[in-house]
Ligand binder design. Sequence first.
Ligand SMILES: [Zn+2]
Length: 282
Amino acid sequence: MAMVKRAQQGGYAVGGFNMHNPETTQALIRGAEKANSPIFLQVGRAIVPHLGLEEAFRMTRHELDKSNVEAAIHLDHGTYDEVFLALKLGFDSIMFDGSHLSFEDNVEATRHIVAVAHSFGVPVEAELGKIPDAGTDVDWTDYYTKVDEAEEFVAKTGVDLLAVSAGVFHGIPPTRPLPLAIDRIRAIRDVTGIPLVLHGASGVPLEDLRAAIGAGIHKLNADTDLRHAFRRGVEQTWALGDRQFEVAMAEGRRLMIDATAEKMTEYGCAGMASAPEAAAIS
Ligand SMILES: [Zn+2]
């Protein structure tokens, strides 16, 4: 949470990026080292059915232990059960996604999770409003986070970070994305006072991201752009003919390191890693 508090004070956003295997985890960590940036290393919703939460956590922890980077291992879009398993495993930060629930049930579940997580010293991100997947047909008025609900939700749950729906999709929409609802983000910031999170930041124009940061977004989640960087490395290697897996993975990792560091420059978190001594006392 110290990473995001500093971002709020400093007027920038910290990136939240998903790990998928050892090479992508290494790419994120080395990208953060290269940019001298804090980072949320996220265990996302695709890897849980593939590897399991425990294995994904151990892999991330193992790679992170080899580095001095300032990082939080974060559960992204956790279910009710996954959140408690994540607390037991030792995650640094969790997101509970109750956005499919009714407002009242989301408040109730999130409030309980916040109480338990805080007793472990773990901050909680929650989501209000729905963030649609790219390709779905959307009437945004049903999806946007409502300002009055955000105020009530944060007051009742004590959540540390709130993911808002403000015009972006998960993944990259096929057409040019809508302009972000910057006024709505600012209004939510003003009534809640907590740092806000924007998911699906891949493909959003940089000037929109900057405006969102100015309006209260201090954690930006992006996955698609980094996956595309890794994929490019793999495809370019195999386009040359048959090569060892390791050669293709190494090239994917190399391009993803650069793409990660580039995101950090865009988000303003490059150069913002705290010195190890400062991290120890915060
Ligand atoms: Zn998300």
